[in-house]
Design a protein around this ligand. Sequence first.
Ligand SMILES: [Zn+2]
Ligand SMILES: [Zn+2]
Length: 420
Amino acid sequence: MPLKPFAVLCALLSSVLFAAEPSVQWYKGNLHTHTLWSDGDDFPDSVVRWYKTNGYHFLALSDHNVMQRGEKWFAPAKRKGGPEIADKYLASFPADRVKVRGEGAAREIRLKTFDELQSEFGEAGRFLMLTSIESTDSRVHVNVTNLRDPILPDKAIDTSTSSGIVAAMRHAFAAVKAQRAATGQPMFAHLNHPNFKWAVTAEEILQVEQQRFFEVYNGHPTVYNEGDAVHASTERIWDIVLAERLGRLGQPPLYGLATDDSHNYHIAPDRVTMRSSITGRGWIMVKAAELTPEALIASIEKGDFYCSTGVTLKEIVRTSDSLTVEVQPEEGVEYRIEFIGSHKGYSHKSEPVRDANGEVLRVTRRYSDHVGRLLQATKSVRATYKFKGDELYVRARVTAYRPKSPIVVPGELERAWTQP
Ligand SMILES: [Zn+2]
Ligand SMILES: [Zn+2]
C-alpha cells in the first residue's frame, strides 16, 4: 500500500530529528612516541596507559622501522637499567596479563602487540590507538599514521647529500600514496623534526610536493625547533614553504604538527634535564565528528586541527573574510595572539648562508622579512584578523607567558599554532 504524503513527511521528519547526530568535538592526541619495540625505555602498555590516563583521546606508537606485530621479547638483563624497568612493569600490571619466560639472567617478558593494546585500552568515543611507524634512516625520519603494512626507508639512498634527502622524502611519500591507493585505507605521512642533525632545509621540502605535514614542534630535546644563528627555526621553514608553495609554485599548503617523540618514561618531574625526551610536551587537537581513524584523518587533511605545547584554544573560526582565535584561559596567565602571514607579490629573492670563509652552507636560505610577517598582535584571549585580500595565507600563534614545565629547552614558553 502506498504511503500517504503525511506519513512520508512524518517518517522523513523523524529520521532527521532522531538520527544519531555525530557531535563535533576536539580530540587530543600524540602521533609520535617510542616504546621498547624500538628505542623507547618502557613497555608499550605502560606508555599507552600514561596517555590514556592523562587526557589524550588518541595515540600512535611510532617505533623506528617496526610496527608492533608478532612476537618480541624484552630481555631485562641485556639492557642497562632493564631489571628495574621490568620490575616496575611487573609490579604495575596484574600478573595474569603478562607473559614471562625464563629465570634469572635469562628472564624475558613479551611485548604487547598493537592489536592487544587497542583491544585492552581502546574505548569507543574515549580512546583510540592508531597504527604507526617512524620510517627512519640516519637523517630523514617520516612518520606514517594509520598504515596497513610497514613502510621502510630505501637503504640505497645516500642521505648525506641534499639530493639524497629529497629522494628519501619522495620515497616515503610515494610509498604512502601507493599503499593508500592499494588498500583504500586513509593514512598520511608527516616529516619529523627537520632540524634534527640539521637534516632537512625549506628548499628540500619545496621539492617534495606530496608532503602535506611536518613537525613544527617536536618535544625531543635535540631537534632544535628554534634553530640557531645559522639555521632557520621550524616556524621559519614553515613560512618559507607556505609562501613559496602558495605564492610561486601553486602547491597546497603545509600543515604543522606538535608531537612528543618521547623515549624516556622513568624520569621523575623534578629530575627532568635538558637531555630528557619525555611525555606531554607537544600534541595536536583535532576537531572531528567522531573518534575513528577515518574521521580524524579527514579533519587533519582539511587542516581542522591545531598544535599545542600547553595552550588550549576554545575556538578557531575561519570564514572567507577573517580568522578568529579564542583561548581557553587559565587563571593568572597572560596570553598574546599573533597573526602571521605572507602577501601576494612578496619578494621571492633569497640568499644562501655562508660560513666565515664565504663558503655556502647547506642550510635553509635567507628570505625577505616579508615572508612570515607579523600582521597583528593582541595581548588578549580572543582576537580576530580581518583579511585584506592580498594575503597568501594567515596563521595564528598563541603564546602563554609562563615557562613550559618541566623545562627541557631553556626559555621555552607554552604555545599553540593554528593551521594556515
Ligand atoms: Zn626521529
Ligand atoms: Zn621519533
